[in-house]
Design a protein around this ligand. Structure first.
Ligand SMILES: [Zn+2]
Length: 157
């Protein structure tokens, strides 16, 4: 580069003119200052672009959260979220086939918190049907006994 005061050629690295002794800091400082200034405005626009970008990303996250929330909502019980394999169902049905232990286990599965949701709901549905069956059986028995009693009474009188 050339000295601004005397015009003599000096090296770019020198901080002062070798001919007249003028300091090159004055020339160097303004040349450095303009560089950060254009850089700063170019940096400030991106944040506005990034801020709209994050709202776009947030819906993605909020969409992902509802997907995970049903799993969390279903996992209110400790055993929830577990999937029952075919083998586990076969073992479950085998245990249910055992006369008394099966019934006890169904109550444990239906009202306990350790069984998976599917097994718990299945046990509850089975117990409801069993209760309906027992209820119908008792009603028929009582009706039958009362009818028998009525027939016996009618026979005696
Ligand atoms: Zn000079």
């Amino acid at each position: 580069m050339f000295c601004e005061k005397c015009g003599s050629q000096i090296s770019d690295n020198s901080t002062f003119c070798g001919n007249c002794g003028a300091s090159m800091n004055n020339a160097a400082a303004p040349s450095y200052a303009p560089h950060p200034r254009p850089a700063a405005p170019s940096y400030t626009p991106p944040p506005p672009n990034y801020i709209p970008a994050t709202p776009n990303n947030h819906p993605v996250y909020s969409h992902a959260a509802p997907n995970s929330r049903p799993g969390y909502a279903a996992s209110g019980y400790p055993g929830a979220g577990q999937e029952m394999s075919v083998g586990q169902w076969m073992i479950t049905l085998l245990i249910m086939a055992i006369p008394i232990a099966g019934l006890v286990m169904m109550f444990v599965w239906a009202f306990g918190s350790g069984a998976p949701v599917s097994k718990r709901n299945f046990s509850r549905a089975s117990l409801i049907f069993a209760a309906i069956g027992v209820g119908l059986y008792l009603i028929l028995m009582i009706a039958g006994v009362s009818m028998m009693g009525a027939m016996m009474d009618s026979m005696f009188y």
